[in-house]
Design a protein around this ligand. Structure first.
Ligand code: GLA
Length: 382
């Protein structure tokens, strides 16, 4: 993404760029550990190079003036307005402003122009990138002194309170903590995390975007979370992280078949993440890939967050000898993440593009994964 175009638009809307600063926060991939974050489990994400970039400058008033380049739309709101904008897209920024204030950061009025190159609705966390970009910028411009985890929580609270998605912490966490060339294993119960250099010799990660837009807002995502919470409550534990297979089996007569399947997926995913961590110690990527396919099966059949197009993409991957493939992120569309052997890559890409077009009449998009840095300031305008 080019800062120049952003600066031109800023000048067009707000006179000049002088005194502004440019910030960036990335989207993410997740190797394994899906729908585990709000269950107190482990996730294994990495930041990507794509994300949201913003030019931001305090304007000395009590107003926030935004221009979203990708939407070709603007929005103005007063910081002390208790309602905020109606349009969901702008509520992400509004929510961040309000949550920063809650955390004691003295946010004042500002002007901002922003744009992104992380595809919207592709399951790569474009909304977390937006939240993290503004949380980071406002913390910097208004000397908030918040640490990265607290800023991640600002983004998560924005989703909960201003948008209505009861998400976990994975996306905002990694957008804030990403490190070039490393995946991160986060224990979502304790908040502890560890960087794992990701240089799988002979393999690479490739996303295939089905271009089926996933929309988590007001979606069955929240229903999945509620199912897990019901089971955890009956099991007498805080989250499913502390529910054993024996405890779950003891509950079958008290829970619906659907809730059982949801919990079964989550418990299984905990085991799969552990198996992957173990396999990574030995550079055993075949096992990593097998676990990815198993995760997909669970997400598709038990958690029911896949769709026909994505299941098709995973099957094509399997038939091309791809080492691992699964739906990534919240689900209901978006991308598959594929662990592909170098020698298999070109044939897989050609075949998945051809067969997807033939089957669904639309193009899928291939996105090579390069693991990048977390939220940061890119430059200061003079
Ligand atoms: C979305 C949410 C995350 C996480 C994933 C599924 O991306 O924002 O918190 O729950 O879905 O792993």
């Amino acid at each position: 993404m080019d800062t120049k175009i952003l600066e031109q638009h800023f000048t067009q809307h707000f006179g000049s760029c002088e005194g502004g600063a440019v910030y960036m926060a990335p989207g993410r991939v997740n190797l394994i550990g899906e729908h585990t974050d709000y269950n107190g489990g482990f996730v294994f994400p990495g930041a990507v190079q794509q994300g949201i970039m913003a030019v931001v400058r305090p304007n000395g008033s009590g107003q926030v003036r935004l221009w979203a380049m990708d939407l070709q739309k603007g929005c103005t709101f007063d910081i002390d307005n208790a309602e905020g904008p109606k349009e969901t897209h702008f509520r992400y920024v509004y929510g961040v402003v309000r949550e920063m204030l809650e955390k004691g950061v003295m946010v004042k009025g500002f002007d901002a122009v922003y744009a992104g190159d992380v595809p919207l609705g592709a399951g790569m966390s474009s909304s977390a990138a937006l939240e993290s970009c503004f949380a980071y910028a406002l913390n910097d411009l208004f000397a908030g002194g918040l640490d990265r985890m607290t800023m991640a929580r600002v983004g998560q609270a924005t989703e909960h309170k201003y948008v209505g998605t009861m998400c976990g912490i994975m996306d905002q966490f990694i957008s804030m903590h990403g490190r070039e060339g490393s995946l991160v294993r986060l224990d979502c119960r304790s908040g502890e995390f560890e960087y794992f250099p990701w240089h799988p010799k002979g393999y690479r990660l490739v996303l295939v975007n089905s271009c089926v837009k996933h929309e988590l807002v007001g979606s069955p995502y929240n229903d999945r979370r509620r199912s897990c919470e019901r089971v955890a409550q009956l099991a007498g534990v805080e989250t499913l992280r502390d529910c054993t297979w024996e405890m779950l089996d003891g509950l079958t007569s008290q829970i619906s078949g659907e809730d059982y399947l949801r919990a079964r997926y989550v418990l299984g995913e905990y085991d799969r993440v552990m198996a992957v961590c173990d396999a990574l110690q030995r550079d055993d990527y075949e096992t990593v890939g097998q676990q990815m396919y198993l995760t997909h099966e669970g997400l598709s059949k038990d958690y029911e967050v896949s769709c026909e197009e994505i299941d098709f993409l995973v099957e094509v991957a399997r038939s091309c000898g791809v080492t691992g493939s699964r739906i990534m992120g919240g689900g209901f569309g978006g991308c598959t993440i594929n662990l592909v052997k170098d020698e298999c890559h070109d044939q897989f890409v050609a075949e998945v593009q051809r067969s997807y077009k033939e089957r669904f009449g639309v193009e899928c998009k291939i996105i090579p994964v390069v693991i990048g840095e977390g939220a940061r300031k890119l430059k200061v305008e003079n």
